[in-house]
Design a protein around this ligand. Structure first.
Ligand SMILES: NC(=O)c1ccc[n+]([C@@H]2O[C@H](COP(=O)([O-])OP(=O)(O)OC[C@H]3O[C@@H](n4cnc5c(N)ncnc54)[C@H](O)[C@@H]3O)[C@@H](O)[C@H]2O)c1
Length: 332
């Protein structure tokens, strides 16, 4: 497993190219924007999505998909969730059954409500029986690219696939734990972005630590309920891809989803906030999928529901909080 293709050079794909460079003699990084690819080839810096970080000399940058995929042992995809199906369809003619497919995308497909690994499997099943894993956890791109110690999870229903990726990706600052619970890992990585918008709202309203702790804890309960109803393990949500990522996204200044919440609390309109962001905040789209999944699996997800009301129907943050506080009383 010497050849790695990374598909998508946003902040996360670029950070992964940096941290994994010492582990692979050959890395090809596919960049969507041709002008950015040309600049990155010359300067070795992604000046749009991850300025200030240098790519290793042996990372080959390309905007041509067949070039990126040729001879790859591992295809690591890092595109935003709404582009997964389209890009895998485009890649399909260049893919082989011998390749391992790893998804680092967080989010769900709106409409189908499929997890990203399910979308990938569906597309690839037309030609092969694919070996798929997902990686997730508390991983801000800038900190990973700075080689700060980071722990995350690799999950695959096939334990051997998870172990191979764990061995191939782990390094001195990048420690992977293995799991077979792709459902728990993907639901954790997706729903935490919805809760993070709520965390931003609390922060933007100037509220203190009590509401934040309550949001994180009840957000975790909600993620857990959904994952278990879908067939995942509750224990996974107590791990890096659940609680770990939730704590990071709710408290960290680098979280875009949290930033969306802060801006909403300051009274800005969603269209205006999204229009001023170059990067994706997956939580906005995931909020739709979360409320639809809650209905499909008949679980209560009150925080996601209030986020949905705020994002789509302009419910004021204060009213959303009041609705949460005045729900019928429950056992924990
Ligand atoms: N940034 C992080 O710290 C981080 C950490 C873990 C996981 N993730 C997840 O990784 C995924 C990618 O996020 P990111 O932060 O790298 O993205 P980003 O917001 O930094 O960049 C957006 C990406 O989308 C690409 N893009 C835009 N339009 C496109 C099109 N039409 N076709 C193909 N590509 C197109 C851009 O080239 C760019 O690579 C998301 O699911 C995110 O939740 C991000």
């Amino acid at each position: 497993m010497k050849n790695l293709a990374i598909i998508g050079a946003g902040s996360w794909g670029t950070a992964l190219a940096i941290v994994l460079a010492p582990r692979f003699p050959s890395i090809r990084l596919w960049v969507y924007e041709t002008d950015l690819a040309a600049r990155m080839t010359a300067s070795r810096v992604n000046d749009v999505y991850l300025p200030g970080f240098q790519l290793a000399d042996h990372v080959q940058v390309t905007s041509v998909l067949p070039v990126a995929l040729e001879g790859a042992d591992i295809v690591l995809s890092v595109m935003p969730s709404h582009l997964v199906r389209r890009l895998y369809q485009q890649m399909l003619p260049c893919l082989h059954e011998s390749m391992l497919f790893v998804s680092a995308t967080k989010g769900l497909e709106n409409g189908t409500l499929a997890r990203v690994s399910e979308v990938i499997r569906e597309v690839l099943s037309a030609r092969m029986e694919p070996q798929i894993a997902v990686i997730s956890g508390p991983t801000f791109a800038r900190e990973v690219a700075s080689f700060e110690p980071t722990a995350l999870v690799v999950a695959s229903s096939d334990a051997a696939v998870a172990s191979r990726i764990q061995a191939a990706f782990s390094g001195p600052t990048f420690r992977l734990y293995s799991s077979q619970d792709t459902i728990g890992v993907e639901i954790g990585g997706s729903i935490k972005n919805v809760v993070a918008i709520g965390a931003g709202v609390l922060h933007g309203m100037g509220l203190g630590n009590n509401p934040m702790a309550a949001l994180i804890t009840r957000g975790l309960a909600e993620m857990n309920r959904l994952a278990v109803a879908m067939g995942g393990r509750g224990q996974t949500l107590a791990g890096l891809a659940g609680l770990g990522d939730l704590v990071l996204t709710c408290n960290g200044d680098l979280s875009r989803n949290r930033t969306v919440g802060v801006e909403l609390a300051h009274g800005r309109k969603l269209d205006d906030i999204v229009g001023s962001m170059k990067m994706v905040a997956e939580g906005i789209k995931t909020t739709h999928a979360a409320v639809d999944l809650a209905k499909r699996f008949a679980v209560e997800m009150p925080i996601s529901e209030q986020m949905f009301q705020m994002l789509n129907f302009g419910v004021a943050p204060r009213d959303a909080i009041q609705r949460l506080m005045e729900r019928s009383l429950k056992g924990e």
